[in-house]
Design a protein around this ligand. Structure first.
Ligand code: NAP
Ligand code: 8YV
Length: 317
């Protein structure tokens, strides 16, 4: 298949680069000094995109008029305009399942860190305060007796729910649909879910439909013991409203792996005490990232070998 030209807009893991180099002709946009000239030169030959970051919309599709598939690294695809891809007859694939358990582990870790202030306690030790000032102050919150409201009970949400049950938490959920075969209480609105729980776990996709769904109103419904954990997408939370709610005690604390404007994190968030911040590391172990990379490769190979991809996005199944 070396006669098939693939565009790689940004650097990808070695497991991806090595296999694609051995199979296709790969064009690395990030190495071009003049990207417009580069695309004007080779854009017409491109039949596949290996996407490890950056956006896909009709602008870029117009520069690659013969592209057939965008194989994206990651399960979330809010950076890809699916309607533009459907209109251009371009298949979009993503990497579900292989990261589910890793992200669920991260979610539980982040929740524990936030509620029990483990990051802050470690900083206390590292700063020599344990021997200097004494014990780290008792955490104001505990995980015991909490009710976890999951916004987005999909693959990762269910893996989080399973872990949360093992920790003795009660689980409720909200999504667009009540799910068959799920016994956790369902709430038809996010505000109702927030009112029924004290810990809100966001693991819903980004995009226009969920943008700023976690609003002042939702945070008020969560209440003063409320802890917000976000491993979904930063855009799902109104970050300004969240900062206000943390500053004035509308909610208790927050643990965030994702942000509205990554990698920028508002200074005010970094200054707040009861907040744990991670740099979007939900799936970031070598093993899981390699499995995701392998899926990027498998989707491209399968498409060009059989005309079918392994994991198209739901809109294209
Ligand atoms: P999934 O299986 O598709 O689950 C998504 C869930 O969200 C579903 O239960 C869906 O239920 C709900 N949902 C979708 N659109 C919604 C809407 N407009 N309003 C309310 N609920 C909605 O996806 P997944 O594999 O669990 O991944 C979920 C998300 O996690 C990804 O999209 C990504 O943004 C994020 N993620 C983050 C990391 C990280 O590193 N932090 C890693 C992986 C994934 P309904 O269809 O019933 O609404
Ligand atoms: C990745 C993610 O870090 O899969 C997702 O949706 O958010 C993460 O697993 C990201 O997509 C690639 O950088």
């Amino acid at each position: 298949m070396t006669n098939i030209d693939i565009l790689m807009p940004r650097p990808m893991l070695p497991i991806v680069q090595e296999q694609l180099d051995a199979t296709f002709t790969v064009h690395r946009l990030y190495e071009a000094e003049d990207k417009d000239a580069f695309l004007a030169d080779i854009g017409g030959r491109i039949r596949g995109v290996a996407l490890g970051g950056g956006r896909i919309n009709k602008g870029i599709l117009a520069k690659t008029p013969n592209v057939e598939i965008v194989s994206s690294f990651g399960v979330g695809y809010d950076h890809i305009n699916v309607d533009d891809c459907l209109a251009a007859n371009v298949l979009v694939t993503h990497t579900p399942d292989v990261l589910t358990e890793e992200v669920a582990d991260t979610a539980l870790g982040l929740m524990l860190m936030t509620v029990r202030e483990f990051g802050q306690a470690e900083n206390w030790l590292r700063a020599g305060k344990w021997s200097g000032k004494g014990n780290y102050p008792l955490s104001g919150a505990t995980l015991q007796d909490r009710t976890l409201g999951i916004f987005g009970l999909g693959r990762i949400g269910k893996a989080i729910a399973k872990r949360a049950e093992a920790f003795g938490l009660k689980v409720h959920y909200y999504g667009r649909n009540k799910q068959d075969g799920v016994t956790y209480p369902y709430h038809a609105t996010l505000k109702e879910l927030a009112a029924a729980c004290d810990t809100l776990m966001i693991v819903a996709p980004g995009g226009a439909e969920t943008e700023h769904a976690v609003s002042t109103e939702v945070l008020e419904a969560l209440g003063p013991d409320g802890v917000v954990i976000n491993v979904g997408r930063g855009s799902v939370i109104d970050e300004t409203a969240l900062i206000k709610a943390l500053e004035n005690g509308t909610i208790y604390g927050a643990g965030l792996d994702v942000f509205e404007n990554e990698p920028q994190v508002p200074e005010k968030l970094m200054q707040l005490d009861r907040v744990t911040l991670l740099p979007h590391v939900g799936s970031a172990s070598q093993a899981t990232r390699n499995a995701m990379g392998q899926r990027v490769v498998d989707n491209l190979k399968s498409w060009f070998e059989t005309g079918r991809a392994v994991s198209p996005v739901p809109e294209m199944k």
